[in-house]
Design a protein around this ligand. Structure first.
Ligand code: NAP
Length: 295
């Protein structure tokens, strides 16, 4: 074999190993298991950062109306020239648009900002139980899905009590439930309820939002040393092996690349279990708001 052929083969092998798996959803569509989340990405920086993310290989972007940066996401997508069907774009309905027939104009505004005819996934962002409209919002999303404005529909931050109501009163299950999930806060009850019904788990704050010393935990640190990876890569790998869909946020190009390089190594069962043991089990590992408190 010539040197050139050997190089070519090595590149092809590297590409295969780095390929992002796709997870099937109950809509018949599938979602890249790893994407780029843009919560707290400055609207003025969003176009540049999403362009960089697409450039280094991301194809799944997670935004929300409330993030105020859908226009930047849209401009980056338009400028990329990437065929629409190769991209997976999620946005979310904010709490103040859940009532009556508000979800439709809310989604239409998001689509306008994104410059898209449809999103791939539209989520009810929080159940907002004090407002009492999440069931209506869900029913409206079912209609928006049928109308083709979104390919899949789901919820975010929903607890078992709300999921059970949705199931009982509408008969339509969400494709995903996007919840706070990282080693110190694994929400086992809601994960078990969801996965047993084919509702996929999207983990927000997959790195704990940097709010506790996750990377210093010995289970993470030891695995990072053993695999010659960064602690962030080990935590993302733990999520992937658990079956979670993740979209870590960063404003650094270097970290965008680092967070994508998680498909060419594997944690042992013992390493996965040691990281899973980091949840104190009493809810005290939560770094964000309680789902019922965002109204
Ligand atoms: N549905 C919801 O209610 C909800 C709530 C929150 C988030 N989300 C979604 O989930 C996405 C991810 O969650 P998140 O942004 O809250 O938190 P996260 O991804 O767990 O953490 C982001 C933090 O980790 C840092 N970081 C990223 N990559 C790193 C690396 N390789 N090494 C060290 N530090 C690293 C980032 O710093 P730098 O930026 O400085 O690199 C940032 O401070 C969001 O962007 C959003 O799309 C949804």
């Amino acid at each position: 074999m010539t040197e050139h052929h050997a190089d070519h083969r090595a590149d092809a092998e590297a590409n295969r190993l780095n390929e992002i798996p796709r997870i099937p959803l109950n809509s018949g569509y599938d979602i890249p298991q790893l994407g780029y989340g843009v919560f707290k990405v400055d609207p003025a920086e969003t176009e540049r950062l999403v362009t960089e993310a697409l450039d280094v290989g991301y194809r799944h972007i997670d935004t929300a109306a409330i993030y105020g940066n859908e226009e930047g996401v849209g401009r980056a997508i338009a400028a990329s020239g990437i065929p629409r069907d190769e991209l997976f774009v999620t946005t979310k309905l904010w709490n103040d648009r859940q009532s009556g027939d508000q979800p439709r104009p809310a989604l239409e505004e998001s689509l306008h900002k994104l410059g898209l005819a449809h999103v791939d996934l539209y989520l009810v962002h929080w159940p907002s139980p004090a407002n009492g409209h999440y069931l209506n919002a869900w029913t409206q999303l079912v209609t928006l899905n049928e109308a083709g404005l979104t390919r899949s529909i789901g919820v975010s931050n929903h607890l078992v009590e709300q999921l059970e109501r949705i199931e009982a009163e509408t008969g339509t299950l969400p494709a995903v439930n996007q919840i706070e999930l990282h080693p110190a806060h694994q929400q086992r009850e809601v994960v078990e309820w969801s996965t047993s019904r084919g509702v996929r788990i999207e983990a927000w704050g997959p790195l704990g939002q940097g709010k506790y010393d996750l990377f210093g935990a010995s289970a993470v640190h030891d695995a990072a040393t053993a695999h010659e990876r960064s602690p962030a890569q080990v935590v993302l790998r733990w999520h992937l092996q658990k079956g979670n869909i993740v979209f870590p946020k960063t404003v650094s190009r270097e970290r965008l690349v680092e967070n994508l390089r998680v498909f060419d190594f594997e944690l042992s069962d013992a390493e996965v279990d040691a990281i899973s043991a980091l949840d104190p089990g009493d809810g005290s590992g939560r770094v964000g708001a309680h789902p019922n408190d965002v109204n």
